[in-house]
Design a protein around this ligand. Structure first.
Ligand SMILES: NC(=O)c1ccc[n+]([C@@H]2O[C@H](COP(=O)([O-])OP(=O)(O)OC[C@H]3O[C@@H](n4cnc5c(N)ncnc54)[C@H](OP(=O)(O)O)[C@@H]3O)[C@@H](O)[C@H]2O)c1
Length: 296
């Protein structure tokens, strides 16, 4: 498994990381999560990303691999400890949320804590960033990051106070490729691609009921990439994301232990060739409308 240094941090990340939202939201059993994560660590994964609000995701991860804490870089987020719909950006609440995360993750510190998609206005006030910096001083986290998209993500890179940016990058979400990633690269900010295979939204023959999957499903219908009709759409999607300049790791969410190996195996083919990569970019430029912004 290829590894890339995450910006200016000391972390050298496997290009394929684990996204922890699905195991929480879909209430995957502890046994399955243990099988999934143990197998992934054994096969070379060293990036585990979760958040304060993905239901029991942090607890499941802590129980499954807490005893192997030295084997992986552990990322979490803060801002919604009461649930996604109930944001709380007060500095004290952020610190309390991180203290809870550390406990739930069965560790004494995380490697990275990320502001979980607060708005540009909240970011600009600065006290949320100062709260993360205090957490770093207290040893609760080694690095601080922003997770989000659009102008807020751009500001997060510009302000110079974050070590990493987690942002949506995929065949169905290319705003960041022009808006934030060139600057992140120039400033040596670590980039974690979230939603890196566009939720595999092409799998649904009809519009999915889950609203989270709908924008990518609709975009992919319009983009109508040839490769979506082939059997290896996930491989092309993942190799596209990891071929975007500035991306260091892609955190794929899954509920299935066998996926890790399947996705890791597809990466053995290396980067997409330049022609295939450019065709995906060109199609996006041709079809994307201004409303196709980075999806949180
Ligand atoms: N604001 C934020 O900070 C934010 C927002 C969104 C996401 N995230 C982070 O990003 C991570 C990834 O995002 P995501 O899970 O929404 O999107 P994703 O990784 O693009 O897609 C995950 C979906 O793809 C499926 N999948 C995985 N490998 C596949 C394959 N080889 N073939 C077909 N389907 C495959 C999974 O289903 P199976 O269960 O069937 O494998 C799952 O439904 C999250 O877990 C979270 O850590 C952060």
């Amino acid at each position: 498994m290829e590894r890339r240094r995450l910006g200016a941090t000391d972390m050298v990340a496997s290009v394929l990381g684990f996204g922890g939202s699905e195991i929480g939201y879909q209430r995957v059993s502890g046994r399955t999560v243990a099988r999934l994560l143990e197998g992934a660590l054994d096969a070379g994964l060293n990036v585990v990303d979760t958040a304060e609000c993905y239901d029991d995701s942090e607890v499941l991860i802590g129980k499954a691999i807490g005893a192997r804490r030295r084997d992986y870089h552990l990322f979490t987020k803060c801002g919604h400890s009461g649930g996604w719909g109930r944001a709380d950006w007060r500095p004290a609440a952020l610190l309390k949320s991180l203290e809870r995360s550390v406990q739930r993750l069965a560790t004494d510190h995380v490697d990275l804590v990320q502001l979980h998609s607060c708005s540009l206005d909240v970011l600009r006030k600065g006290d949320v960033i100062a709260a993360l910096e205090r957490a770093r001083e207290r040893g609760l986290t080694r690095y601080v990051g922003y997770s989000g998209d659009g102008e807020a993500a751009r500001y997060a890179v510009e302000c110079g106070r974050f070590d990493t940016l987690q942002t949506s990058v995929s065949i169905a979400d290319q705003e960041a490729i022009d808006l934030t990633l060139p600057l992140a690269r120039a400033r040596n900010v670590g980039v974690i691609a979230k939603r890196p295979i566009a939720n595999a939204a092409w799998r649904h023959a009809r519009k999915p009921a889950e609203s989270y999957h709908q924008p990518y499903w609709m975009r992919l219908r319009a983009l109508d990439y040839d490769f979506l009709r082939a059997g290896d759409a996930a491989a092309t999607a993942l190799r596209f994301t990891l071929g975007v300049p500035g991306v260091h790791t892609a955190i794929v969410g899954t509920t299935k232990p066998e996926r890790w190996k399947e996705n890791a195996a597809t990466l053995e083919a290396g980067r997409l060739d330049a022609g295939a990569f450019e065709r995906i970019r060109a199609r996006w430029r041709e079809v994307a409308t201004p409303s196709w912004d980075g999806q949180v």
